[in-house]
Design a protein around this ligand. Sequence first.
Ligand code: GDD
Ligand code: GTP
Length: 431
Amino acid sequence: MLKAIILVGGPMKGTRFRPLSLELPKPLFPVAGFPIIYHHIEACSQVPDLREILVIGFYQPNEALNKFIMQSQQEFQIQIRYLQEYTALGTAGGIYHFRDQILTGNPEMFFVMNADVCGDFPLMEMLNFHRSKGEGAYGTILATEATRQQSLTYGCIVENKDTHEVLHYVEKPETFVSPTISCGIYLFSPHIFKTLEVTFKKNLEDNYNYCDLNLRVPGFDFQTPSKEVIRLEQDIFIPMAGTGQLFVFSTSRFWSQIKSAGAAVYANRHYLAIYQRTHPERLAKNCEGKPRIIGDVFIHPTAIVHPTAVLGPNVTIGRNVTVCEGVRVRETIVLEGATLQAHCCVLHSIVGWHSTVGMWTRVEGTPNDPNPNKPFAKLEIPCMFSTDGKLNPSITVIGSNVQVPPEVIILNSIVLPHKDLNGCYKNQIIL
Ligand code: GDD
Ligand code: GTP
């Protein structure tokens, strides 16, 4: 029997995703018509004998999360539970804290998946690879390739090319180490808990020394880390490298992080493309009396789209959205309850929940897609501001419940929720 863990983090995480993550936990943000972690769950449901998924994070359980878990359980006929950390315990602290729940039923192995990534996850291939490494293998990391520059913002791995053993691991190095980067998707044998226990005990001891020092040096307030925090990358992978217990499985399939709104639009495009193979029925088709569809488009069955609208490529129209006549949408996610009034044009943007874009208005953003001339380039997540303090051009994000008036242009801007705009805006954050 197998299990999977999805690490969803908590409310202090996902800051680069604001204002969209102000409304609902980022892992539930819909990409290609479904919450980000729905795609993880769907990938897990394809693995035979994977019986339980544990979603671990430090969000307070809320209605949206509970409802999502209940619906996914029913849809995939798989047990799914949310386990809440009392505080941020790091990427492995929660795994150790909830070890009894994870080990219940004696799973042979378990996957661990970062929630903020998307991809065509090769879980079965990872499983077969890990099994082929025998009893001594405690963990396998899914890896892909990045450019030298971009690799510095990921976990970097040096492997033995013949055995695929991890020889060296550095988390977000300052100088180039290796173009092989961790995808934040892992497979572990239960043996890993031995390593976690050793680290946990060592951290406890170090923590005790910290406190001791605090008592002995009056006036000094050493910051005391939560004693249960364990970082999978620094505390576990770094010491495991070179011991013969940790392996790397490389994929050349689609994979990307979802850290920013721009990344969600990019992920949307790729998940829609994957539907061509996995779920062609989810993609809208051209037919008489229906809107014109260009490329991959997802339209929620409850949305009302006027037959004169033109949608695509890479558009997702959410639940209960209204798209009026003559509207043009491309490379955009339109969230639940939004209205696109007649003849508006929305390009490279996200339109928030229950917002309205007025007639003849143009909402446009600038994508920062990977450079196609650079092999293995990943999506850039540029700084929000340039050195002279200007907002760098990116996807336009309209927060929830925003009214964009008719006949204006909103270009490369971020609009916070509940705004009633009254003119044109370019390269601005509208607070
Ligand atoms: N439950 C829980 N508790 N989850 C957490 C915590 C925590 O305290 N901290 C982070 N997470 C979750 C996040 O929600 C996210 O899904 C994942 O763990 C990793 O988050 P980050 O700590 O922000 O790391 P990162 O995304 O910058 O880098 C990680 O992922 C890269 C691939 O996307 C690292 O694992 C890198 O090595 C890796 O390349
Ligand atoms: P490329 O093919 O990438 O060169 O794009 P394009 O030159 O066709 O135009 P652009 O990317 O600016 O716009 C995408 C689509 O939206 C095009 O099919 C345009 O016809 C349409 N479009 C552009 N501006 C408007 C507008 O203001 N209103 C409406 N309704 N449609 C528009």
